[in-house]
Design a protein around this ligand. Structure first.
Ligand code: PLP
Length: 367
């Protein structure tokens, strides 16, 4: 038995035996490239890909042609910049201080190149996106749940408010953390793009999802094998979505595990009992300053008179994995006047016994 207590699901989730088995089964029994062969193996791999894409589409409330496989959220966020603007100017891009570096930096780079102006979506006192005071924007990046604060945002309302300011705004939702704790429904949200990483919900690293509402309205950002329909000499026609946006070989093994991860993660209750137990115990420790609310999906805190890295090392020496640092979310930490924090996040593998053990360990460290 693994005696490590892993409380870092928000960084990356542990993998269940069923996900590992699904990947192994694909490798051992159906492995071949997709969209390229006519043999039985190729047909099995194509069937796996078709069915995985359908599972993802059902999971996020869309059709298979709107689901593009990527290598993760960061990859998707960077690709979206190229898909949306290529090398043209984009006007005003709205970002926010609860963004992860991966959501905002690709657009900050466009600003640095002089091709966009950046504005901020204001935050409320509780650091939620303030949809009552939306700025005008041509492109808007919406963090559906901060990886530091753990509060799912009202994405539907935020998008409606953004569209009230500019009916043509292109909305991009970073659902990397939201996907682990709340139901995505891109049709209901009305967003133009949405992305998440498989590894945050128990699939393997190397696979992510990029949703595109109107794939026919955009040109592909990558060219190569698998995305052409016909080719004759130097003339070619681009295929329709999803092939249009999936040049090259996909991370097929990781894709094979994704539907299993989605199914298992969707059946998980969310661990609210564990989170609220730890939270309540932390409120009794005078040296802990909590940054999150009791009903948030994760717990973030700092400690008086102890550096977070020292705390991380001490709790790590007790075989407990938590995250310490700026979490690639330096802007929200700056707003709070700190460099970083400690984050506890749970997954389907965590138990109340582990929660009790961790509370005792923290008490021991702080006594
Ligand atoms: C809110 C948020 N966005 C984006 C990312 C980037 O995800 P990935 O590293 O899987 O590309 C993360 C990862 O922690 C995240 O928490």
């Amino acid at each position: 038995m693994n005696k490590i207590i892993y409380l870092d699901a928000a960084a990356s989730a542990l993998k269940s035996k069923s996900v590992i088995d699904a990947e192994r089964d694909f490798i051992e029994n159906s492995y071949a490239n997709t969209g390229r062969g006519v043999c039985a193996r190729a047909a099995a791999a194509d069937a796996m890909l078709y069915s995985a894409r359908k599972s993802v589409a059902d999971f996020i409330g869309t059709d298979a042609c709107n689901v593009i496989f990527t290598s993760g959220t960061t990859d998707a966020m960077n690709r979206i910049v190229n898909i949306v603007c290529g090398s043209r100017d984009v006007g005003v891009v709205a970002v926010s201080d609860i963004d992860h570096h991966s959501a905002r930096m690709p657009w900050e780079n466009v600003v640095r190149l002089g091709r966009a102006k950046m504005v901020k979506i204001p935050l409320t006192e509780k650091y939620d996106l303030d949809y009552e005071n939306m700025p005008f924007a041509d492109v808007m990046v919406i963090t559906a749940m901060s990886n530091v604060l753990g509060v799912p945002q009202d994405v539907k309302k935020i998008i409606a408010a953004a569209r009230a300011k500019n009916a043509n705004v292109i909305t991009i939702v970073d659902a990397a953390q939201y996907v682990a704790h709340a139901q995505i429904n891109v049709r209901e949200w009305g967003c133009d793009f949405m992305c998440f990483s498989g590894h945050k919900i128990g699939a393997n690293t190397g696979v992510g999802v990029m949703y595109i509402k109107d794939p026919d309205s955009y040109s592909p950002d990558k060219f190569g094998g698998g995305m052409v329909q016909t080719i004759s000499g130097d003339d070619w026609n681009i295929d329709v979505s999803p092939n249009k946006f999936e040049a090259g070989t996909l991370p097929l093994t990781q894709i094979a595990g994704l539907p299993i991860a989605i199914r298992e993660w969707s059946a998980w209750s969310g661990g609210a009992d564990i989170v609220s137990y730890i939270y309540d115990e932390l409120t009794k420790m005078p040296r802990i300053k909590l940054l999150t609310n009791r009903d948030a999906k994760i717990i973030s805190f700092v400690i008086s008179d102890m550096h977070i890295l020292d705390f991380g090392a001490l709790i790590g020496a007790n075989d407990v994995c938590v995250r310490v640092g700026n979490m690639c979310a330096s802007w929200v930490h700056s707003l709070m006047g700190i460099d970083g924090s400690v984050r506890i996040s749970v997954g389907p593998w965590n138990t109340m016994d582990e929660a009790r053990a961790v509370v005792d360990i923290i008490k021991g460290i702080l006594k």
